[in-house]
Design a protein around this ligand. Structure first.
Ligand SMILES: *Cc1c(COP(=O)(O)O)cnc(C)c1O
Length: 373
């Protein structure tokens, strides 16, 4: 089976260093919030280009804690997109706030800033744009509107570690930005992990309290907090992998380039890249009207090609009829029928890449012949 993402392959690429890092935590005897955690918070936030990093247990917690830190909660509305991982919406609801959906841009799959203004009400407190598939949303337009209406922006960067827009890394634009280190992400741990980064020192301090029982000093809760710490072992692993993030992203982009060159003449739409942007291809998402048939053909050839995601959040059983949108979500609902993710990860064997290309080609060769016009 050729799989779509393989965190094991990335572990193999850096095995000796990762093993040594884990060993050193084990020998050090400090298993929560030790040196690795502190160092990783510093190094990762510096990599993004902001002053503070607050490690948490996962990407969902990162979004929730960022919103809570900004005072978002019961009675507030938070504008986001329905074309995302469910985590984005779950985190907003966990704060007590109400998610409100706007549609996406057809070329980039990200929040359409032209629809934002109409979605803003007297209750709107924050906007959570999602930088999806490895590319930024139109964050500068979103920031402009947020400033005009005095709203917070929390960037969901779970799929875009290292991506840039106009020379700045995504995650450095908003009031806060949230990362997941789930194993298959561009920067992935060997388990769960997450971080909020921000240039606001006061917000960082508050989020540090929230993530650990509201403690300012040990055993004394200054506010009612919770437990969402970044694990020390994961932080040690992440410190190693952060050194290779740019290199890993370059390998992703190289595979993407291969697909684009080799599949150029087929009836497929490729990911479009914004002007002055760098894409980091968390996923390689193509579009075709023959999606279901192509997916079936690939499966029969031993190739896993999932859909990210098969159902918009507002149509899922848990949210249907309950979470509201600011207008029709036409593009969101259309896109789920045509998108397909081809295998892409650092360390994808050359032979698997070739086999995937050949399988896609053979599908279109036969489907052209057999399909009545
Ligand atoms: C993975 C992901 C998250 C959540 O991350 P977890 O670490 O799994 O909680 C949030 N948003 C998006 C867009 C994601 O892809």
């Amino acid at each position: 089976m050729i799989i779509c993402a393989d965190p094991r392959a990335q572990y193999e690429l850096h095995r000796a260093e990762i093993d040594a890092a884990i060993r050193s935590v084990l020998d050090g005897g400090r298993y929560i919030h030790g040196d690795s955690c502190l160092k990783f918070e510093k190094e990762f936030s510096a990599y993004i280009g902001v002053g503070h990093g607050v490690g948490v247990n996962n990407g969902t917690d990162a979004i929730r804690i960022a919103l809570e830190g900004l005072g978002v909660g019961e009675g507030d509305e938070v504008i986001t997109v329905s074309h995302t991982a469910v985590a984005t919406v779950a985190a907003i609801e966990q704060t007590g706030a109400t998610p409100v959906f706007v549609d996406i841009e057809p070329d980039y799959f990200t929040m359409d800033p032209r629809l934002l203004e109409k979605a803003i009400t007297g209750k709107t407190k924050a906007i959570v744009p999602v930088h999806i598939y490895g590319q930024g949303a139109d964050i500068e337009a979103i920031m402009k509107l947020a400033k005009k209406h005095d709203l917070f922006v929390v960037e969901d960067c779970a799929q875009a570690h290292g991506a840039t827009l106009n020379g700045r890394r995504v995650g450095s634009f908003g009031d806060a930005a949230c990362f997941s280190f789930y194993p298959t992400k561009n920067l992935g741990a060997l388990g769960d992990g997450g971080m909020v980064v921000t240039s606001n020192a006061e917000l960082a301090k508050k989020m540090r309290l929230i993530r650990e029982y509201g403690w300012e000093e040990r055993f004394i809760s200054k506010l009612a907090g919770e437990n969402s710490r970044l694990d020390e072992l994961q932080a040690a692993v992440l410190l190693v992998k952060l050194r290779y993030l740019d290199q890993d992203n370059a390998s992703r982009n190289k595979i993407a380039e291969h697909y684009q060159n080799d599949l150029r003449d087929l009836d497929i739409a490729f990911p479009k890249i914004r002007k002055n942007a760098t894409h980091v291809h968390h996923l390689f998402v193509i579009e075709t009207t023959k999606r279901d048939l192509l997916q079936k053909h690939l499966r029969e050839n031993g190739i896993q090609a999932p859909v990210h995601y098969p159902m918009p959040i507002h149509l899922q059983p848990a949210y249907r009829g309950r979470v509201h949108s600011a207008g029709p979500l036409t593009v969101t609902e259309q896109k789920v029928r045509t998108i397909l993710s081809l295998p892409l990860y650092p360390g994808l064997p050359e032979a698997d890449l070739k086999a995937t290309v050949e399988a896609v080609k053979s599908f279109f060769a036969t489907s052209l012949v057999s399909e009545p016009r």
